[in-house]
Design a protein around this ligand. Structure first.
Ligand code: NAD
Length: 252
């Protein structure tokens, strides 16, 4: 019987794959059989050895997604692996913390450029590749609990991740009938660089932990299954969802 989660023969771009959630997603997709094109600013050595351990093809592309300049090159490099791009995971993201009353234009623009603007234009470029041969594909955006909630001291991050949820739904509506599934994953509180400041603050860290029904922070490996699922044929009739992987936070 066909395994509906098998990604053998697919090529997946994962942005920000050198560390944290992006690395874990790349490893999970490789484990399901996909060739990985890992995109980011930093060295991908660790991600490469983890992905190759499952026998997967691996290519890394050095790119800074704070501008749109590298986007066409990323798609060209990925398409060279097997002729087309099948899966895009828009994971690269940054956060800046300050009270809204003091928040700077730079902290607004920097976050919006990586988290929302580059995500849209990379999705557009990849969708053009996916549509060129009519084969469709899967686009997965890494959203956040701040796609649903307000938070504090992270105005551009909340705006970007709430915008990303809307963008996920819009792209799903435009591209569903063309065979592209656009969905998002909303991670809860995961132990990565992104949350280091929170985890180092005993008061905030205690408040957060006490609200998570699962009783623990997420580990990056907790996210891989959702990414494989949304990237796979099993999710072919799923469009425009923002799937929380949050230890039950939003259920509370
Ligand atoms: P992280 O800081 O470890 O990883 C962020 C990744 O994005 C890194 O690989 C980094 O190199 C890359 N990146 C940042 N700016 C870039 C740029 N200009 N060009 C290219 N790559 C760039 O944090 P993480 O927690 O692994 O975050 C991954 C994604 O998950 C982000 O979009 C983040 O907003 C989201 N997220 C994280 C959590 C969490 O609890 N950790 C929760 C919700 C959402």
């Amino acid at each position: 019987m066909m395994n509906p989660f098998d990604l053998t023969g697919r090529t997946a771009i994962v942005t920000g794959a050198n560390t944290g959630l992006g690395q874990s997603i790349a490893v999970a997709l490789a484990g399901a059989g996909a060739a990985i094109v890992a995109v980011g600013r930093s060295a991908m050595d660790e991600t490469e050895s983890l992905c190759r351990a499952s026998g997967s093809e691996f290519r890394s592309v050095q790119a800074d997604l704070s501008s749109l300049d590298p986007i066409e090159g990323i798609v060209a490099e990925a398409a060279a692996v097997s002729g087309r791009v099948d899966i895009l995971v828009n994971n690269a993201g940054i956060i800046r913390r300050a009270d809204a009353i003091d928040f700077t234009e730079k902290d607004w623009d920097d976050v919006m450029n990586v988290n929302l603007k580059s995500t849209f234009f990379l999705s557009r470029a990849v969708a053009r590749n996916m549509l060129a041969d009519g084969g469709g594909g899967k686009i997965i955006n890494i959203a956040s609990l701040l796609s649903f909630q307000g938070g504090v001291r992270i105005p551009s991050y909340t705006a970007s991740k709430s915008g990303l949820a809307g963008l996920t739904r819009l792209l799903a509506c435009e591209w569903a009938a063309k065979g592209i599934n656009v969905n998002a994953i909303a991670p809860g509180y995961f132990a990565t660089n992104n949350t280091e400041a929170l985890r180092n603050d005993p008061k905030r860290s205690g408040e957060i932990l006490s609200r998570i029904p699962a009783g623990r922070w997420g580990e990056p490996s907790d996210l891989g299954g959702a990414a494989v699922f949304l990237a796979s044929p099993a999710a072919s009739y799923i469009h425009g969802v923002v799937l929380p992987v949050d230890g039950g936070w939003l259920a509370r």
